[in-house]
Design a protein around this ligand. Structure first.
Ligand code: DC
Length: 232
């Protein structure tokens, strides 16, 4: 890909729709960096759990995030997330962190700080694939390509369970499905930046598709867009 274009690709969708793996593969194919914004909300949830702060105390958590600093180590791919310089990439996936992260993500003070950081990251990484819930709708409404992923609940549960088991977490399908259902409810009904499909997003149902098939569709769209820029 020619590096003189500024290129932001957004991928939004609910938990377990496959955003993280497709975003990483798409970024690899395009030779860009990949931003997991859910990891940033999870890092704030780690502060809440480990430092004994109520997940609903947006003001205090926003101050602590600013003070302690969330960073990604861009020298690695995918980049580990660091809190106060410490790698917390594994800790952010723990169930006690997942259990409070939606409440953390409801807090406007926290969203404000993290959205600012996400826009700053895009300035430092002019070509970026970024995934989350509000990347196309709120953070990068002018992104070159926007995607919105959907998947059936059964499939989402299966994927999340496998992901957790692979990282050594001992859990079962019912616990995972309950976690997804309750997070869906909070993520879609919160006042600030609820999960919505951006009006110009391409919607992909990933239920019956492999990760590589989904990325093939996305890559085609992005390369077509780049070709029109090359000919402009
Ligand atoms: O994608 P994930 O499960 O790692 O996201 C963790 C939580 O953060 C989830 O409850 C939704 C929230 N989130 C958000 O509100 N906005 C984003 N851009 C990314 C995640």
């Amino acid at each position: 890909m020619s590096q003189d274009h500024r290129l932001v690709v957004t991928i939004d969708g609910a938990a377990g729709t496959g955003k993280t793996s497709v975003a990483r593969e798409l970024a690899r194919r395009l030779g860009t960096d990949c931003l997991d914004t859910g990891a940033m909300y999870r890092a704030v949830a780690v502060i809440a759990v480990d430092q004994g702060v109520a997940p609903s105390d947006g003001k205090k958590l926003a101050a602590l995030v600013t003070e302690q600093g969330i960073r990604f180590d861009w020298s690695q791919s995918p980049p580990p997330i660091l809190l106060a310089g410490k790698d917390i990439s594994v800790r952010i996936r723990d169930l006690d962190v997942s259990a409070v992260v939606s409440v953390v993500a409801e807090q406007s003070e926290i969203r404000k700080v993290l959205v600012e950081q996400q826009r700053k990251i895009s300035q430092d990484h002019p070509t970026l694939v970024t995934e989350g819930r509000d990347q196309g709708s709120v953070v990068f409404p002018d992104a070159a390509a926007q995607f919105y992923l959907e998947a059936a609940m059964e499939e989402r549960t299966k994927r999340r369970l496998l992901q957790l088991q692979e990282s050594g977490t001992n859990t079962d399908a019912l616990t995972v499905e309950n976690d997804i259902t309750s997070r869906d409810k909070i993520d879609s009904s919160r006042e600030d930046s609820p999960l919505t499909c951006p009006s110009s997003a391409i919607v992909i149902d990933t239920s019956d598709k492999t990760m590589l098939e989904v990325v093939d569709i996305m890559e085609r769209v992005v390369r077509e867009h780049l070709a029109t820029l090359d000919h402009a």
